[in-house]
Design a protein around this ligand. Structure first.
Ligand code: HEM
Length: 504
């Protein structure tokens, strides 16, 4: 039992502690209140920066935030986990420091508002800028990296390449390539969707850009170099032999050399005599005939040929892979779509697919859109502030990078009912403005979005009318260091042919 003196001593200590701690506690609370009041005042005046963990050793090229981003990127959770965790902590607008640069992320309703005011309106004080590694790998003239005046000029120069006639030719080429590929995979009864999709998208895009390539070895080298460049895009910019970034730079050099040789060969043969009608030929002829101010230089042409391959191949192949996975997980929807597509195939009399055929594929198109929403291949769109400004009621300093987060919009329950459910029929309804940011918005909207939809539709039609499939591996972990979130296992599927006699 406690003695009276111990009790008295405890009571005295308790009282003394209160006498001493009370003023400190009151002071502490008052300080916090004043800070909150000041922060709210600053916010009202638009002078406060977005909240976020950027103090101390979070800063710097390899600060704590960068290490955390890299750790998520090299784990099966993928880099988006980094954004998600900070949004839970700080809210829909937060600030962080990555690779020594301050980044601000805008999510959900704030992202939709920013999509209108920053992406679509394209104000002059914001410019698109990817991390330095991307510009080093794609080249300073790349459409993805130039801004404002230079960008407008470059976009005008290549936009004609996406006109109706080349698009129709592209659809026919892609249909031919995917049919051949599915025949080969169908024979084995198994396919790794990502491998097949990377292969056909690469071949189709190269054919469109630089014409059919007869030399299989050269094409294989180009494909592996393009992969090295893509894989270096999010790497630490260390230019030492053995690093991923260095491998990417070496691969870029080989690609540029091969394309320069191709240009030389075409010029030697006489540009006007050459009957080729690929993108490269069109650009070379155009720059041959344009005035010197309008003509594109070889370096501009080369950077943008590489940009189009990289921007088009991995994005589309990744989207196709997710689409096949979503339908593999939802076999009832797979069956429903199959019966619609088989019906259409019989009306087309199994002819090669044309753009007119694709226009009749309403439910398949909604399936493509739903896959793109759920996969959100490009998670956010970065823009750099060229001067101090206000965004979403916060003060943004010059050189900070503002990232409009598309994934948070696509998974916002206020925008999409039950957003984690794969449901193509949700696209029967009208959509809220800036709720579908798969291809961006404004002057930087994806140039190849029609080609991407065409590839996804043709792939889907050919696969679903010829095979039933189920997942051969249910592991959903994501590939480490991938530029876009994609399955580590590449999505292996088991194929069962629907008809033994011929392909649809
Ligand atoms: C499913 C496939 C694709 C997706 C999800 C996709 C997504 C995007 C997004 C979101 C942007 C805008 C980024 C921003 O505003 O910061 C973009 C830009 C771009 N995309 Fe795509 N893309 C796809 C396929 C393609 C294809 C097939 C091509 C061409 C062969 C292509 C060429 C481009 C180009 C050149 C730009 C830069 C446009 C500019 O800055 O003016 N994309 N893409």
């Amino acid at each position: 039992m406690m003695s009276m003196s111990t009790m008295a001593e405890l009571a005295w200590r308790f009282a003394a502690a209160h006498v001493l701690l009370l003023p400190a506690a009151v002071g502490g609370v008052a300080y916090l209140l004043l800070r909150a009041l000041r922060a709210s005042q600053l916010r009202q005046e638009g002078n406060s920066p977005p909240p976020g963990g950027i103090g101390g050793w979070c800063r710097g090229a390899v600060g704590a935030e960068t290490l955390s981003f890299l750790a998520d990127n090299s784990s099966g959770r993928g880099f988006y986990h980094f954004v998600h965790a900070r949004a839970l902590r700080h809210g829909a607008c937060f600030r962080t420091v990555l690779f020594g640069r301050t980044h601000v992320f805008l999510l959900s309703s704030r992202a939709r508002a920013a999509a209108a005011s920053l992406l679509a309106a394209d104000p002059p004080h914001l410019a698109k800028r990817y991390v330095r590694t991307v510009a080093d790998l794609l080249g300073e003239h790349s459409l993805l990296c130039t801004s404002h005046g230079a960008h407008r000029r470059m976009r005008r120069a290549v936009a004609g390449l996406f006109a109706a006639a080349p698009t129709a030719a592209f659809a026919a080429a892609f249909d031919r390539l995917i049919t051949a590929r599915l025949l080969a995979d169908g024979c084995t009864g198994r396919a790794v969707v990502l491998d097949a999709a990377l292969d056909v998208t690469f071949r189709a895009i190269c054919e469109m850009l630089i014409g059919p390539q007869e030399d299989a070895h050269k094409l294989g080298q180009l494909q592996s170099d393009v992969m090295d460049v893509t894989q270096a895009m999010l790497a630490l910019p260390i230019r030492l032999p053995g690093t991923r970034f260095y491998r990417g730079l070496q691969a870029r050099k080989r690609i540029m050399d091969a394309l320069r040789q191709e240009i030389c060969m075409r010029r030697e043969n006489g540009l006007k005599l050459d009957r080729r009608d690929d993108f490269l030929q069109t650009l070379l002829l155009k720059s041959h005939m344009d005035s010197p101010e309008e003509a594109l230089t070889d370096e501009q042409i080369l950077d943008n040929i590489l940009t189009l391959i990289i921007a088009g191949q991995v994005t589309t192949a990744t989207a196709i892979t997710w689409m096949v996975k979503y339908l593999g997980d939802n076999t009832d929807l797979q069956e429903k779509l199959r019966s619609i597509q088989l019906d259409l195939a019989s009306k087309h009399h199994d002819a090669p697919l044309t753009l007119q055929h694709l226009n009749t594929m309403d439910y398949a198109y909604k399936t493509v859109k739903e896959s793109l929403r759920m996969a959100t291949i490009v998670s956010w769109f970065p823009r750099v502030a060229l001067k101090d400004c206000q965004v979403a009621g916060f003060h943004i300093k010059k050189d900070w990078i503002i990232n409009v987060d598309a994934r948070s919009i696509h998974y916002d329950p206020a925008v999409y009912d039950n957003p984690t459910l794969f449901d193509p029929s949700r696209f029967n309804d009208d959509m809220k403005p800036y709720s579908f940011l798969v291809f961006g918005a404004g002057s930087r909207t994806c140039l190849g979005m029609n080609l991407a939809k065409i590839m996804m539709l043709i792939f889907l039609h050919r696969l679903i009318t010829n095979f039933r499939w189920e997942m051969a591996d249910h592991d959903t972990s994501l590939e480490k260091w991938a530029m876009f979130p994609r399955l580590k296992n590449g999505c292996p599927i088991r194929l069962t042919p629907i008809r033994k006699d011929k392909m649809h």
